[in-house]
Design a protein around this ligand. Sequence first.
Ligand code: ZN
Ligand code: ZN
Length: 411
Amino acid sequence: MTLDPAFRTALDAELPALIELYEHFHRHPELSMQEHRTAETIEERLRGYGLEPFRCGGTGVVAVIENGDGPVVAFRADTDGLPIEEQTGLPYSSEATGTLPDGTSTPVMHGCGHDTHITSALGAAKLLTEHRDRWNGTAIMIFQPGEETSAGAAAMLDDGFWDRVPRPEAIYGQHVWPGVAGTVNITPGTAMAMADSLEVIVHGQQAHGSQPENSIDPIVLGAYMITRLQTVVSREISGRDTAVLTIGVFQGGLKENIIPASARFTINIRTYDEAVREKVLAAVDRIIRAEAQASGAPDPEIRPMYDFPQVVNDADLTESLIGALGDELGADAVNVTLPVTGSEDFGRFGDAIGVPYVFWFFGGYSQAKVDDPESVLSNHSPFFGPDEVGTTLGTGVRAALTALLGHLGAR
Ligand code: ZN
Ligand code: ZN
């Protein structure tokens, strides 16, 4: 099934405005659960399309596009930026700053590409409202804050999201990634990993830097913990299973001649299997406490920061979407791929009420950039920024419409 030509014509006409809108969002990113201006801009646009958006979960925005009797289907876009100082050199680079939960100021960047998600979803919403004669039913457009901290979907659900919109028969979502613009990657079944983030406070004993014998050095102790934690995946997890363990933060001390009282680090864990997850978490806890004991240090604090559920794409919906996207974008443009180790809170919406869902990835780069070994293309890098913006957004809109109209059909 390809999109009705009316949508393609309208998309071609709309694309320059969408690129401008994307550049606006890129220039003005906001941190998780602080997407105030972003939410206002989204609301303004949706009102401009004749819709009546409402807030849910603070900075979450929802628009229900009603168009007579027919199926109900939902589409979700996430809206937050990251504490990264942009180095893309793009003319519309971010100069935004934000305040982290601990009070520190940080540069902010749309380093995960959620600006493409917002813009694609707004583009799809606009085309749906403009071409009501081409479909029947109800489309729920979800603009979710706080994906990066796993707080946003939970906040919307806690705010009674499913009591405020009709129950859909399916939920869709997408993520830009460093693939070739115009292509999509889609995974039947388990598509994304579970994630657990932990904060560890290592307690020692403060002393003068010249008198280590009077200290319990939390930096040396933390270094041992972190080094030993590298053996969890390599020595305790079977080669048949998958786990990733990353220490993204290690902080301690203020001055070179003071051995500090404490140090702090964070752990990020990705797994696909609950038994593997529990094994990793238990090993992490055991190693951290045992290393503290080995140093004669007080018991460290291990605090869960947040966790992400797995994303498990519905087999039947995924299969029909692969066919539909192949028709719309070209069979060569649709790659059926293995699960990624990234994580998402997208699945919470469907999991909460038992509605099936599909989440896919769409490319953001030129073939030349993807082939260039010098280019750093990873999401969350300070260099992340699609260079094929028109094709990227166009594909984002077409993929979203293909998924939605697969249910809402033709009149
Ligand atoms: Zn993301
Ligand atoms: Zn991200």
